[in-house]
Design a binder for this molecule. Structure first.
Ligand code: FES
Length: 117
């Protein structure tokens, strides 16, 4: 099960905390699992739920902020190795091939903060 998100406007992190080739988890739940992670693809930031489509609700990182493949070019679920395009969320390799990550609406404020839209 995917836990609900807080209301629009909730702060996530600053945009400059998400560098190219890196990801950042945010909004930890009561168990300490990030509900959302953000990836920079080129100059564009994308936010996804930390919930693998292989096993609905399964967290994807093996440690905090570890959402990318070793080469930093794809999102990766470390449970069974599924890989996803960072900009579309499409699974391109692994047990949930052809399925998608759940997108999270994101807005960037003039002060550099990223918030839920
Ligand atoms: S739970 Fe993500 S690949 Fe299996």
């Amino acid at each position: 099960m995917v836990t609900p998100l807080p209301p629009a406007g909730t702060p996530l992190c600053r945009a400059d905390e998400v560098r190219s080739g890196q990801a950042r988890g945010c909004l930890p739940d009561e168990d300490g699992q990030d509900r959302v992670f953000i990836v920079r693809h080129g100059e564009v930031l994308h936010a996804w739920r930390n919930a693998c489509p292989h096993i609905p609700g399964a967290p994807m990182a093996w440690k905090r902020h570890a959402y990318l493949s070793p080469e930093g070019t794809q999102v990766m679920c470390h449970a069974h190795g599924a890989r996803f395009e960072p900009d579309t969320g499409l699974c391109v390799h692994g047990p949930c091939l052809g399925r998608h990550l759940l997108p999270v609406p994101l807005r960037q404020e003039a002060d550099g903060w990223l918030r839920l839209a």
